[in-house]
Unconditional design. Sequence first.
Length: 351
Amino acid sequence: MYALIRVLYLLCLAGIFNGCYRPKHYLIESAYSMDQQPPAPDYANPAHWATLPDRKDAADLTPAHSSFVDEQATAKVDVFFVHPTMYASQPQGSQSWNADVNDARLNARVDSSAITNQATVFNGSGRIYSPRYRQAHYSVFLTKDSLAHDQALALAYSDVKRAFEYYLSHYNHNRPIIIASHSQGTIHAIRLMQDFFDGKPLQSRLVAAYLIGRPISKGTFKHILPIEKPGEAGTFASWCTFLKNYHPEKGFFQEGPSILSTNPLLWNTSDTYAPRSLHKGGVGRKFTFVKKLTDAQNHQGLLWISKPHVPGGFLLQIKNWHVADINLFYGNIRENVALQVNNYFHTYSAK
């Protein structure tokens, strides 16, 4: 009986920081075929957006046990958020490597997980726009079929790019912009930054970029720098979270001196240790806000943390905290976003 109770308790703890949907992964083995991919979204259709600031949706939520308020109605900047991989289960019908934006069950997962636990961190400072897109299936990160990998991610990015172009033409009205993303979303957001911001006129309207959950190497951007002090407008932040002393297998994650990692408790890329006293809170199970969860320290392009300080936390066996990259540091991110926005307008008005 004790063993059963312990297993159930560990399962509950593992679900405390459910920033991403984590189903049983189904692996697609068929060759990539455009004939089997779903139709392109129409971004003139509000249903093809996960969030829009002028309607009621999951991006309006704030965590329980927090004093946070949704300020989208009065925010002076926009947030373009690209959500992570939610498409991991067996496709309906044909073996589609890319998701259908009209899949109601998949959209519900996106909204209840990525939008609720991640995108909402920005609603205190910005108006949130997050497109539904033909995200690549989780299989692209495991397959040895490089052609399927490349084609599936290229199709997904084509949607994200078109959504951003539609946003610029119909929603932005020359407002400052925050780019935010996680995991697969960051793969696409990096390309978006290169195509639209890095050394381009639009860079002057970049408040900040939060490119989280994907390793970014030095030299990825030629004109946009990593953040090195809190509130440094026009910069980008990036980190991938793991248990202290853990080294992930090579593949999706990388480590080494060429990889940039931001410590979200310090907002710089140094390897200085940041104690738990600097942690402003994270969101966990049932979207509840919990303070002073963990410490953080950069190590060779990885962000290392101690086991979260929660009841029974010593039982946690999780070493890869990728799914909680954002919601683990919810309070610190929210505070930094507000500071970035304030400093952007201060810098802009001084010119």
